[in-house]
Design a protein around this ligand. Structure first.
Ligand SMILES: [Zn+2]
Ligand SMILES: [Zn+2]
Length: 346
């Protein structure tokens, strides 16, 4: 089968590999019908994910059809259409039982697919702990509608959940890339008083304006002044930092009102400075981390009800055998690309 493979730093290649087989009674084999490329895939390509194993098939955003299940799998059956979770988790350890599945202590726990074990930019993928890692896609929800459930949309949903949004809040979202848009969609579910999106790219600001006309838009240069002018108490009540730039961390806490919640969703390339003397007395609550992707069933239900729609994010489509071109486009951010859908075998 075709499998897009991490060879070494800077080198991904489409190889012919054997089809995966069940290795454990809790595994499932999924035929990938639609996948995508994530910025984390580029991080692997650029060598900034040291735990990524050379030789593995990359890709951790996908939907497909269950082909085969191990004897201990109870939640899905062959023929089921499923969304695949970026995170592998056992469902039984201390962290899983508390919903902190990102910190699952199983040897396969955390971000394994397409990083430490073979992922889904391929015709087939083996999913460990299939009862946790696969969510049945409701009838009437298309592959494109479900494509981001297990990764960027799970991240946006988690970010909105831990940000504890309420209807009185002015919410600032820094960054309108795919994850920022997913955070925006999930923030909108909570109907806050006002949402402000800060984004440096004019193309992406235009995307937000075209699809979500009620959202207020600003640029990093004007953000601080804009947020102060458009919020009730000298700053945003809730800030979600999704951009991950060198200046955006500072912008996030500077734009927050005293006692605000600042949620750091972004993954930074470099350490960031927390200037405690400058923020003394502001009494901020920082929440940081990587997604706990344990709400996929609820997210799929919201999609089925028409409350979340991420399909506008799919700006380009390529078949798996042209994934090279898809990477070039995604990496160059050309042609207004937000997300690329990679079509597998139907
Ligand atoms: Zn990802
Ligand atoms: Zn666990």
């Amino acid at each position: 089968m075709l499998a897009y493979t991490y060879i070494k730093q800077g080198d991904f290649r489409l190889l012919d590999k054997p089809k995966p087989v069940l290795k454990d009674e809790r595994d499932a084999i999924v035929r990938v019908t639609l996948g995508s490329i994530c910025t984390s895939d580029l991080h692997i390509k650029h060598g900034s994910v040291p735990r990524a194993v050379p030789g593995i098939t990359v890709g951790h955003e996908m939907v497909g059809v269950v082909e085969q299940v191990g004897s201990a799998v109870a939640g899905v059956r062959p023929g089921d259409r499923v969304a695949v979770n970026v995170e592998t988790f056992c469902g039984e350890c201390f962290f899983c039982r508390h919903g902190f599945v990102n910190n699952c202590t199983d040897p396969d726990g955390g971000w394994a697919l397409g990083c430490r074990i073979d992922g889904g930019q391929a015709e087939y993928v083996r999913v460990p702990h299939a009862d946790q890692g696969l969510s049945r896609i409701p009838d009437g929800v298309s592959d494109e509608q479900a494509l981001f459930v297990g990764d960027v949309l799970a991240t946006g949903f988690w970010a909105a959940r831990i940000s504890e949004l309420s209807p009185e809040d002015t919410v600032l979202i820094i960054g309108a890339g795919p994850t920022g848009i997913c955070a925006l969609l999930c923030a909108m579910l909570k109907h806050p008083r006002r949402i402000i999106v800060c984004e440096k790219s004019p193309e992406r600001r235009q995307f937000v304006q075209a699809h979500y006309p009620d959202v207020l838009l600003t640029t990093p240069e004007e953000c601080l002044e804009f947020v102060r002018a458009h919020s009730g108490h000298g700053g945003a009540d809730r800030v979600m930092e999704v951009a991950g730039g060198d200046e955006t961390f500072h912008l996030a806490w500077q734009c927050a009102r005293p006692n605000a919640i600042v949620t750091i969703v972004a993954m930074y390339d470099r350490p960031q400075v927390l200037p405690l003397p400058d923020m003394y007395g502001k009494n901020l609550i920082f929440k940081t981390g990587g997604v706990d992707g344990c709400d996929c069933a609820e997210i799929l239900r919201l999609i089925a009800e028409g409350q979340i729609d991420t399909t506008p994010l799919i700006t380009h489509r390529y078949p798996l055998n042209r994934i090279e071109e898809a990477y070039q486009l995604f990496e160059s951010k050309a042609d207004g690309v937000m997300k690329v859908a990679i079509e597998g075998i139907r």
